[in-house]
Ligand binder design. Structure first.
Ligand code: G3I
Ligand code: 9MR
Ligand code: ZN
Length: 539
């Protein structure tokens, strides 16, 4: 992508909800602008941008143009009177329905251990993959069933914590706004009885059971080959031995949490599955209690795939206690949680490493009379402070998001959308409209209103990323499958392609839509999930 490509006016390339604040961001030049109805060619609104803003993250001078007054559904484009246009976009009551279903369908493309048929996957169809048993690392004679679940990303590894984060985002989205999931995707299991989002998560949950060591209840940190296969490898051609890496406390903690959460959500649809989830959660909790002090997970020296290292397991233990308490109401979990909260760890983070935010959410969603009033008040106060800070940061950012320039790291889009998630949770708990409005600004950034005029969701918007670091598409020689979220700008330049092409660029422009740039343009399940949560709660 060259800089000459940039249009001078960036918008959410999908569109804006009819009754929301609507801003376009103008790059380099501002002034009088008009909103044009593309069907009739008529100008429906005349406006004037604000004054110039020096945007630290993108290194650009930008102008913001408000056109919130346009509320009639239709297709529009923005024109600067002095010359230059945006792409076309919708204004609609529900502009994000297809995006939501597309993001959910994204998980189908990640499925492992099953054939993706042409009926559901089109040119992204492939044969069943990774069907062999996995070898328990360090125990060469111990082989266990390992097929199923979702591939992590552009690679074919399956890692416990990222899987748990992705499921949590999806199940929470469903718990908080089930109505958003009333239309089928469809996927092979669509039955109009249980919503597709639950079918899709069940695919991964069924695999996660296999990550539990039946002897101890602990969770193997990950299941991967020893090293990454070449980029042009189809899933079914990745035939190297698979290894279960050693058990970790972080994997065990988030497994216990997500299984307890699942047991609650699936109970009305599939009580025996809910029982299995709760039993596994309890066994994982037992492991945590029996292992209070555990060294951090590090890749065994012969395993070179993603490490997902995480120095702290208190946050996962906290999340586990919160979900187990929320699901069972048993005092033992409440006491454990109260003890853990006195420790120092991030309580509002929603990443694959710092998961404390999920524990806080679970606790705050309990009925008030089931909580410790002092603890509840403290967590609410902390959440409000976080949300206010995110709003403040967004107000001073050229593209209206809450990232500071030093936060454009590997997977920066995760930080963007996790902040949107937190704002939506805060909106749910406090009812403050500014929090929801700010979350929506973050979605605008993800799908086009950013320094590169690019939609970071494949297949959505008029300038979506196409060349993601995603093995199945590279191997098939086709554009990336649709509905996948790219990592986004990253100043770390950890891959050779980025090193060569992005040196010296401002943080928000450190991105390239090229298959080799895994540090900026890979896709993962846990970047899809935060976007899905955000979209579901904005509907
Ligand atoms: O936490 C520090 C922060 O304090 C510091 O300011 C910042 C400056 O660079 O770095 C932060 O650490 C980064 C870390 O992610 C935080 O999430 C590291 O630099 C960065 O290298 C690390 O990147 C991770 C990457 O794997 C390499 O380990 C990504 O988060 C993670 O999403 C990515 O995951 C990979 C899997 O390993 C394999 N599968 C694909 C997947 C996606 O690319
Ligand atoms: O393809 C791999 C990607 O999924 C990982 O996120 C990334 C970082 O761990 O590594 C990629 O694999 C690269 C390897 O690390 C170095 N040689 C080139 C590989 C890409 O083809
Ligand atoms: Zn597979």
């Amino acid at each position: 992508m060259s800089e000459f490509d940039l249009r001078p006016i960036t918008v959410n390339q999908i569109g804006y909800p009819a009754h929301s604040d609507k801003t376009a961001i103008f790059t380099g030049i501002g002034g009088a602008f008009e909103v044009i109805d593309t069907l009739t060619g008529n100008t429906v609104f005349n406006g004037e941008t604000g004054s110039a803003l020096e945007d630290a993250a993108s290194g650009l001078t930008v102008y913001q143009g408000d056109f919130s007054e346009v509320t009639t559904s239709g297709r529009y484009r923005i024109r600067l009177v002095s010359g230059g246009e945006s792409g076309d976009f919708d204004i609609a009551e529900q502009p994000y329905e297809n995006l939501l279903r597309g993001l959910l369908k994204g998980f189908y493309y990640y499925r492992c251990g099953t054939e993706l048929t042409e009926e559901y996957a089109g040119v992204w169809a492939h044969k069943a993959c990774h069907l062999d048993e996995g070898i328990v690392h360090g125990e060469p004679d111990r082989r266990l069933s390992s097929c199923g679940g979702w591939h992590d990303a552009g690679d074919y590894g399956k890692y416990a914590a990222p899987g748990a984060k992705a499921i949590a985002d999806l199940l929470l989205a469903y718990e908080l706004n089930p109505a958003a999931f009333s239309r089928p995707v469809p996927i092979p299991e669509t039955d109009n009885r249980m919503p597709d989002v639950l079918h899709e998560c069940q695919w991964e949950l069924a695999f996660l059971f296999k990550m539990q060591d039946s002897q101890t209840g602990g969770i193997f940190h990950k299941l991967t080959t020893l090293s990454f296969p070449p980029l042009n490898t189809m899933p079914e051609d990745d035939l190297a031995d698979l290894y279960f890496s050693p058990i970790s406390a972080t994997a065990t903690g988030c497994f216990a949490a997500v299984m307890a959460l699942a047991s609650r959500v699936y109970r009305p649809f599939d009580p025996s599955f809910a029982d299995c989830c709760l039993r596994s959660a309890g066994q994982a909790w037992g492991w945590l209690v029996a292992h209070p002090e555990v060294p951090d997970f590090c890749n065994p020296t012969d395993i070179l795939t993603g490490e997902y290292g995480d120095k702290q397991d208190i946050d996962e233990r906290y999340w586990a206690a919160a979900e187990l308490y929320r699901t069972t109401g048993e005092a033992v979990y409440h006491h454990a949680l109260q003890a853990l909260t006195t420790m120092d760890f991030p309580k509002y983070s929603l990443g694959w490493a710092d998961m404390g935010g999920y524990g806080t959410i679970a606790y705050l969603l309990l009925e008030e009379d089931q909580t410790d009033p002092v603890l509840r008040a403290r967590l609410l106060e902390g959440l409000a402070a976080e949300a206010k800070q995110l709003v403040r940061l967004s107000q001073s950012d050229g593209y209206r998001i809450s990232l500071s320039p030093d936060q454009y790291i590997w997977g920066s889009n995760m930080l963007v959308m996790n902040n949107a998630m937190l704002l939506l949770i805060a909106h749910r708990l406090f009812g403050e409209p500014a929090y929801k409005a700010c979350a929506l600004e973050h979605l605008h950034y993800l799908v086009g209103r950013n320094a590169l005029d690019i939609s970071y969701v494949t297949g959505f918007g008029d300038r979506p990323v196409k060349n993601t670091h995603y093995r199945p598409s590279v191997a098939a020689g086709v554009d990336s499958a649709p509905g996948l979220v790219s990592g986004g700008p990253n100043t770390g330049l950890q891959d050779d392609y980025a090193k060569e092409h992005l040196q010296g660029r401002p943080p928000a422009q450190c991105f390239v839509d090229h298959i080799d740039s895994y540090a900026t343009n890979e896709v993962t399940i846990y970047w899809n999930s935060h976007a899905l949560f955000t979209v579901a709660l904005l509907m």
